[in-house]
Design a protein around this ligand. Sequence first.
Ligand SMILES: C[S@@+](CC[C@H](N)C(=O)[O-])C[C@H]1O[C@@H](n2cnc3c(N)ncnc32)[C@H](O)[C@@H]1O
Length: 293
Amino acid sequence: MAKTGDATRLGTAEGALLGRAAHALHAPDPVLDDPWAVELLLPREQRSVRDAEVYRQTQAPDRSPTSRILAISLGSLRYAEDEVERCWKDGIRQYVILGAGFDTFGLRRADLDGLRVYEVDHPDVQALKRERVAAASIVPERLPEYVPVDFEATALGEALRASPFDPGERSVFSWMNTLPYLTPEATAATLAEIAGLMAPGSRLVLNYHSTAPLTDEQREFLDDLKRSVASQGEPFQSRWEPAEFESLLARNGLAIAERADDGDLSERYFAGRSDGMLPGVPASLITAERRAE
Ligand SMILES: C[S@@+](CC[C@H](N)C(=O)[O-])C[C@H]1O[C@@H](n2cnc3c(N)ncnc32)[C@H](O)[C@@H]1O
């Protein structure tokens, strides 16, 4: 159940944005170079997140237990963006960001000439994001195409087909940091719709909560996180056995091109960092390709 947050708490999309903004502003060698993240926060939060002392005392990896999940979400977005760049070099010109929330790729990557970016999210969250983009102090070189969809209720295919998106042309889809918030039924139904929109040669990158074994410390941390997102009205609703998830992809004609986990993210994006930021819970990422029938 996607939420925009209220006067007392941020929704998960904005919470993730806050972490990314702090990281982009203060972390040495940020995993994502993201000047837009701070722009989409409310002025009150912008002031606090710009304060280096606040960062040092509360948000730096040695102070913030949530840095271990921020590392997964940041690393996953970077993983998706690396794949999108590869696809663009290979001639793909359509990128659909599912569960985009306050993702800023579409605002900051106008350098990928000719790439058309589609953002899909819950109508309420997307409306809030559009307000923030309009209120930002910088003007984006170009805007993504906004496609409001509630994955639990609305058909993705119908909504994307009503937009300029062309299902006959190759595309790349990302679906990061969102599946845990969806029911297994909505995940399966949406995946079937995604597959139906992917011309042969199209790619999909996503992450999901797997049933991988946890250490006691990880279980305790994830239980706290679970309680926290549930109290924000956005409970975790699914975890998948990897074999079950992969067979769902296969049933939809999607072949696995790569599997990655928290160890791969650590190696690729967090090795040798001076601030010690590291993914600290299990992560499961997949790159899949739509093969010709
Ligand atoms: C933790 S946020 C992640 C946002 C973004 N992908 C990121 O990594 O920052 C989860 C996103 O899933 C979206 N979401 C959750 N349930 C949804 C639903 N039923 N339909 C559409 N979007 C949904 C939320 O609105 C939110 O933007």
